[in-house]
Every structure is written in structure tokens, then in C-alpha cells.
Ligand binder design. Structure first.
Ligand code: FE
Ligand code: ZN
Length: 247
């Protein structure tokens, strides 16, 4: 049973920040802008900001939030700390780090591919995947190779199947439509598309997904765990990523 409570905070055009609460501790993941985050916080005091990567549409609210809550810790990757590209960063994290936080433990996965410093935060059956894994998709390879991204996605998808995956952008419908156009008919993907279309029609987020859902419906990785020959799974991933880049 998870004691973690997560609320998505829609930001900018299609970004999600997340309010994460447990046993008196409160963190915000990827505050793209301060306004909606402050509104979601109400009278709660956040203790930490968890940054998945340095892109402006994830870090944009840091400075205003640090001004308003001066004791805030700013967590991010050691790679980004070294390059000084996350404002006000106070902690430099790497793969395998475990942080005690509000009575639970946060595990850090380093997931290079979208960026060199990309991180995933895992706690109590929840994972915050930033722009590494989207529902039905994955981030563009700005600073990594297809092999790196593939391994990063595998690291996420070998978490327990029920793990909630909270991703950085509301791209789910477009990703699933691409999957059907590119990969052909696929009943599980069609079913998921209908489900998320209904959610969006009701103005609800499609986040979170789960590991099990992504293994069943994410065109980039759905053969990843069953494909015995790793090079073929990577070739499948690379071809899909190239096709999506030019779709
Ligand atoms: Fe990004
Ligand atoms: Zn982003």
C-alpha cells in the first residue's frame, strides 16, 4: 500500500508538474511555472523540488518558488549540477542514490537519452519519468543514443507492473494514434486510445499510466521485454523513434 499521494498540476500548454505528499513531507516535481504550483500548494509548504531534467519547460518555476519558500531544496542530476543548468540546485543525484524523505525512500534512476542528466524518481510504487517515458511514447533523443534511451526505458519498465508512471507531457492521444498508424492494428492500443480520448473529453489528465499498460501499448518498447535478441529490440525502437521524429 502506498502512502504517497500525487496530484498532477497542469502547466504551460501540455506540461505536468506534480505535487507529491507523504507523512508531512511535500515535494513538487518539475515546476515549469510557479503560478499553478503555488495555487495547488495552498497553505502547504513544499520541502523539495525534484527535477527530472534541465529543460526550460520543467525548471521554469524554480526561481520564483525558491523566493517564496526560501528553505526549498532543489534536487536534480549530478550531470546537470556539473553543467550548472538547473537554477538553485542544492543536491546532485546519480543512479542508485536513495534518499530518505518523509518516512519513505526515494530511489534515483539515471535515464540518459532525452538529456544526458535525465532522472526518474521512484517512491512507494510511483515513478516520475519526466520526458524519458510518456504514455505511449518517449522523449526525443536530444543528448543520447538510441541504445542509451532504450536501456533507460527498460530500467523504468522493469519496475513492478503496477507502478504508477507520472510523465512530463500530455502527449498520450497523439502517441497512440502514431502507434496505430505506424505499427498497424493493435487491439490493446485501440482500447487504451478510446479510454484516454474519453478522459481528455472530460478534461481529465491521462497521467498516470502503469508499467503494465506501457508494456502492452507503447510502440517503442512493447517488444522490449519479450524480444530475446536485444539488437532487434533496439533496432525496432530506433526505427519507431525516427518515424515519430518525422511524422
Ligand atoms: Fe524535455
Ligand atoms: Zn518537457
Amino acid at each position: 500500500m502506498s502512502t504517497l499521494h500525487v496530484s498532477p498540476i497542469p502547466c504551460l500548454k501540455d506540461n505536468y508538474a506534480y505535487l507529491v505528499e507523504t507523512d508531512g513531507a511535500c515535494a513538487v516535481v518539475d515546476p515549469s511555472e510557479a503560478g499553478p504550483v503555488i495555487e495547488a500548494l495552498g497553505d502547504r509548504q513544499p520541502h523539495a523540488l525534484w527535477l527530472t531534467h534541465h529543460h526550460w519547460d520543467h525548471v521554469g518555476g524554480i526561481e520564483a518558488l525558491c523566493e517564496r519558500y526560501p528553505a526549498l531544496e532543489v534536487w536534480g542530476s549530478a550531470v546537470d549540477a556539473q553543467r550548472g543548468r538547473i537554477p538553485k540546485q542544492t543536491r546532485a543525484l546519480g543512479h542508485g542514490d536513495q534518499l530518505k524523505w518523509g518516512g519513505t525512500t526515494v530511489d534515483i534512476l539515471h535515464t540518459p537519452g532525452h538529456t544526458a542528466g535525465a532522472l526518474v524518481y521512484v517512491a512507494d510504487g510511483h515513478a516520475f519519468t519526466g520526458d524519458t517515458l510518456f504514455s505511449g511514447g518517449c522523449g526525443r533523443l536530444f543528448e543520447g543514443t538510441p541504445e542509451q534511451m532504450f536501456e533507460s526505458l527498460l530500467a523504468i519498465l522493469t519496475l513492478p507492473p503496477a507502478t504508477c508512471l507520472w510523465f512530463g507531457h500530455e502527449y498520450t492521444i497523439a502517441n497512440l494514434r502514431f502507434a496505430l498508424a505506424y505499427g498497424g492494428p493493435h487491439p490493446e492500443t485501440t482500447q487504451r486510445l478510446h479510454h484516454v480520448e474519453a478522459l481528455r473529453q472530460a478534461n481529465l489528465p491521462t497521467t498516470p499510466s502503469t508499467v503494465a499498460t506501457e508494456l502492452a501499448t507503447n510502440i517503442f518498447v512493447r517488444t522490449a521485454l519479450t524480444e530475446a535478441r536485444r539488437p532487434e529490440a533496439i533496432a525496432h525502437f530506433t526505427a519507431a523513434r525516427n518515424a515519430k521524429d518525422t511524422a
